[in-house]
Design a protein around this ligand. Structure first.
Ligand SMILES: Nc1nc2c(c(=O)[nH]1)N[C@@H](CN(C=O)c1ccc(C(=O)N[C@@H](CCC(=O)O)C(=O)O)cc1)CN2
Length: 287
């Protein structure tokens, strides 16, 4: 078994981005909006700001109170959509209950939607014209590339059907000619489906859900989960120690997919800047 080192790969890709940004006449700029006081989200936005700084991306984080109304947030998004100094706008999820997440994601200019969550960017991904791709699945694809994991003709299982991970993950793997089974909480015979998989990507959000008896000998196991176990320790969806004995390649948590998520967000911010400064417009299908 070999461990896929997301932290090392992220550092390498961030250094490549730093060099790319050094050569850009207009420096990319990212606006991050955090509503409320979710402690995990605070860690993530801080890590995004640090990564941006390392790469040479200008970034600002707007900390809004938990009581922020939907209208207030939508007004701010309109303001940053119109402000040419910002190439990327990101609203950290989850949002407080009074704010409709779908409305917020729809309000972000698709050209500045560095998270790739706008329905237009989702639709473009689904129809084979990706522009902005959700960072977590994009990060997993970079891991496949870096570790020479071919998806061609492989049986892949994705656990979890969220818009930000499961669905785009399945699409990206299909684009590389994998046969993908997208499983979820109502899937019957889930273990048997997993046992046939060459590649398992788990984003189900349950600590140690994927056990050794789910996994075929030699399978590749990617853990997107970010959970706390009974002792309050950060862990993924995969029972790492026992699954590692059967897998050919496996990602740890922490230090696996997480750092890649932030790196891919930075990459998309650089791309958004390049596209916007070159006058590309996502809403035109010919671009
Ligand atoms: N607007 C967005 N919101 C959320 C996204 C997203 O892509 N865009 N994804 C997640 C949170 N997330 C990024 O925002 C994220 C989660 C985890 C990590 C990470 O590096 N995890 C570390 C461990 C960190 C820790 O110690 O707690 C790791 O796995 O090594 C980065 C980004 C939901 N919201």
């Amino acid at each position: 078994m070999k461990i896929i080192d997301g932290k090392a790969l992220a550092a390498k890709l961030q250094e490549e981005l730093r060099v790319r940004v050094e050569g850009m006449a207009v420096k990319p700029a990212l606006m991050v909006i955090l509503v409320g006081d979710n402690s995990a989200s605070q860690v993530y936005v801080r890590n995004k700001a640090r990564a941006a700084e390392r790469i040479g991306i200008k970034s600002e984080t707007l900390f809004l109170p938990e009581s922020t109304s939907e209208a207030e947030l939508l007004n701010l998004i309109d303001k940053y959509n119109a402000d040419e100094q910002w190439h990327g706008i990101l609203v950290q999820l989850p949002l407080p209950a009074q704010i409709d997440e779908d409305k917020v994601l729809l309000a972000i200019d698709p050209n500045k939607d560095v998270d790739g969550f706008h329905p237009m960017n989702m639709g473009r991904l689904w129809t084979g014209q990706p522009v902005m791709v959700p960072s977590t699945p994009a990060g997993v694809m970079e891991m496949f590339k870096a570790y020479d994991i071919s998806l061609e003709g492989k049986q892949a299982v994705v656990l979890g059907r969220s818009n930000i991970v499961g669905k785009p993950m399945a699409q990206l793997m299909m684009d590389q000619n994998a046969t993908v089974t997208l499983c979820h909480s109502r899937t019957q015979g889930l273990k048997a489906i997993c046992q046939k998989a060459d590649i398992i990507v788990s984003a189900i959000g349950q600590a140690e859900f994927v056990k050794a008896d789910f996994v075929k000998e030699g399978a590749v196991v990617i853990d997107v989960g970010m959970n706390r176990n009974a002792e309050g320790k950060l862990c993924g969806d995969v029972a790492f120690d026992e699954v590692a004995e059967k897998a050919s390649l496996i990602t740890p948590v922490p230090g696996g997919v997480g750092p890649m998520t932030i790196t891919m967000l930075m990459k998309q911010t650089v791309t958004a800047c390049e596209r916007l400064t070159a006058g590309f417009d996502n809403e035109r299908v010919d671009k």
